[in-house]
Design a protein around this ligand. Structure first.
Ligand code: NAD
Ligand code: UDP
Ligand code: UDP
Length: 312
């Protein structure tokens, strides 16, 4: 059955892939975005579809429209973007969540929150299961994002308990793919663009810190599976690819795949940079049948091809 789905942050990296996937399966899509980090080009190819609409709007302000489901993805996601205006980041996380929950309460829509592995902070439990409460700083440079997302989760739980909303929370681990921004400072886009430009690849710290990278198409399958769950499935639920790799290995792999003339240089590790991160996806496997399929090399090849065409 066709549903009208509101995607906040729909012109961003993940949001644009979601808009595309929802249209493909027959839903109507309202893409709401203030273009803080998103781009019209990300959704330009969808505009001719009469079931697709873009609305310029900042979710920190109230929004009145009718819809059946809300995917709340509005929020800058890369550290340099969310730290550029940390107060606005917290407002987007918290006021944005309140407004979208208010909208869900009025319309009876199912609402899914894009939470993040950052709620676990610099974890001392590895890999991170959903019941790990995390180790975050609430005063550091990453706090606007980490604590903003944690508060949004609190709001989702409270609207569910207090107002009986059909809420769902996913905790997304590092995801990459086409339509990432070349200059947003995230490691995969940075390394690919540096390699394509023949510049040195900048590894922060000694490169021994780990991340587990999920290809965007795999993540989208998991997100839609969660959206389609009955109302008793609320999460939080981890979504990501558990294949863990060090940042040093990732740099070497990208350098080899691009065939760059540049080398690798080492720089200071940013403050509060998590040392290890790997999702425990037992719950997603069991509840959603979620299984990421794309190996890192294959996903990187597609992402490198995108940046070769789109430019860095
Ligand atoms: P992105 O920066 O590409 O997308 C965010 C989108 O939100 C952009 O289009 C931006 O313009 C929009 N936006 C920001 N503030 C807004 C506001 N106040 N009102 C309306 N729109 C606003 O980032 P992304 O990687 O696509 O991330 C999307 C969501 O997924 C974010 O909520 C992020 O926290 C979450 N997430 C992403 C990852 C990842 O690895 N990509 C990991 C964990 C969580
Ligand atoms: N809200 C919105 N769209 C709606 C309904 C509510 O943006 O369709 C906003 C509204 O501005 C409010 C917030 O969501 O501040 C929370 O709504 P709720 O009903 O929980 O709170 P109340 O209106 O009682 O303060
Ligand atoms: N990183 C790096 N070089 C870069 C960009 C990032 O070594 O040019 C490191 C960063 O310090 C972190 C990891 O790569 O340890 C992932 O960084 P990203 O900003 O992509 O994601 P997050 O830290 O939010 O997981």
């Amino acid at each position: 059955m066709s549903r009208r789905v509101l995607v906040t942050g729909g012109a961003g990296f993940l949001g644009s892939h979601l808009c595309e996937a929802l249209l493909e399966r027959g839903d109507e899509v309202l893409c709401v975005d203030n273009f803080y980090t998103g781009r019209k080009e990300n959704v330009a190819h969808l505009l001719e579809d009469p079931r697709f609409e873009v609305i310029r709007h900042d979710v920190t302000f109230p929004l009145y429209l009718e819809c059946d489901a809300i995917l709340n993805f509005a929020c800058p996601a890369s550290p340099i973007h969310y730290q550029r205006d940390p107060v606005q980041t917290t407002k987007t996380c918290v006021h944005g969540a309140i407004n979208m929950l208010g909208l869900a309460k009025r319309t009876g829509a199912t609402i899914l929150q894009a939470s993040t592995s950052e709620v676990y902070g610099d974890p001392d439990v590895h890999p991170q299961p959903e019941d790990y409460v995390g180790s975050t700083s609430f005063t550091g440079p990453r706090s606007c994002y980490d604590e903003g997302k944690r508060c949004a989760e609190t709001l989702f739980h409270d609207y569910r308990r207090q107002h009986g909303l059909d809420t769902k929370i996913i905790r997304i681990f590092n995801t990459y793919g086409p339509r990432m921004q070349a200059d947003d400072g995230r490691v995969i886009s940075n390394f690919i663009c540096q390699a394509l430009r023949g510049r040195d690849i900048t590894v922060y710290g000694d490169g021994s810190q780990t991340r587990s990278f999920c290809y965007v198409d795999d993540l989208v399958v998991g997100i839609l599976a969660m959206l389609d769950q009955p109302s008793d499935v609320a999460g939080p639920i981890n979504l990501g690819n558990p294949a863990e790799t060090t940042i040093g290995e990732t740099a070497e792999l990208i350098a080899k795949m691009v065939g760059t003339k540049g080398g690798v240089t080492y720089h200071d590790l940013p403050k509060d940079d998590p040392k290890r991160r790997q999702p425990d996806i037992t719950l997603a496997r069991r509840t959603l049948g979620f299984e990421p399929k794309t190996p890192l090399e294959e996903g990187l090849a597609r992402t490198i091809a995108y940046f070769r065409t789109a430019g860095c």
